[in-house]
Design a protein around this ligand. Sequence first.
Ligand SMILES: C[S@@+](CC[C@H](N)C(=O)[O-])C[C@H]1O[C@@H](n2cnc3c(N)ncnc32)[C@H](O)[C@@H]1O
Length: 259
Amino acid sequence: MTIQAAVDWQGWMQRWDAQQTGYLPDREERFNTMFHVLDTLLPPNFVALDLACGPGSISQRLLARFPQARSVALDFDPVLLTLGQNVLGDMNGRLRWVEADLTQPDWSEKLGETQFDAVLSTTALHWLLAEDLVRVFRTLGALVRPGGVVLNGDHIPFGPHLPAFDKVAQQYNETVQTVAFTERGVENWESWWAALAQEPSMTPLLAERERRFAAFKATERNERNPLSNFYQAALQHAGFTQVGVIWRNMDNQIIMAVR
Ligand SMILES: C[S@@+](CC[C@H](N)C(=O)[O-])C[C@H]1O[C@@H](n2cnc3c(N)ncnc32)[C@H](O)[C@@H]1O
């Protein structure tokens, strides 16, 4: 427990939000758009699943905005889960943390709930291969109650049939990142993790993270990133009746699926 006392968790959370916002200047707008959907479609006392939650960025904002809601936050990264747990705790019994690997078939058995009104995910599902995404969406089809909603916010490429679109989006993303990381000196993903590794007490958690994600190879995943149509077809196939893009900025989009 000395590890919790030594680390400035709040500071690391702020730095997490800053680096994520460096990649996505409209990150808060994307969160707020998702919350507008929940506000419109769900009763106030809904139960949400924050899928691949990282340190709980969605749950933190969602529970502040919807005082009668509950959230279950799931991730496989022991570092980010520890960060979230230390900053947010259980938010007066309304937030529960679950450690599970979405690529494993038993992930939903660890949730402790069998039905959700909403599933939200941001900047995360691009980590999964297409075959894992299909399996995850099929599970969500069973977990989300009729009338419930899935919202996935992520960078999703336009694809090889739209090379000019991808060129424009990539150019836009490069400009955004140059402004944040070069001109404004914001910490990026690599420097955030490198700085965290300087905290001596983080060594065991970082080693465990390394072990868990050793099988994932980012470059291979990125080359095989599924397209928006694939996400939408997989959600339809999983039983969602209305599926489409509810918000987008270049290749950054929110796919919405109503069960
Ligand atoms: C860039 S972070 C985004 C976190 C948060 N949603 C946000 O927007 O700040 C991506 C997250 O996906 C999680 N993730 C990737 N693969 C996963 C898997 N197989 N199972 C569970 N979580 C996974 C990572 O651990 C990481 O926390």
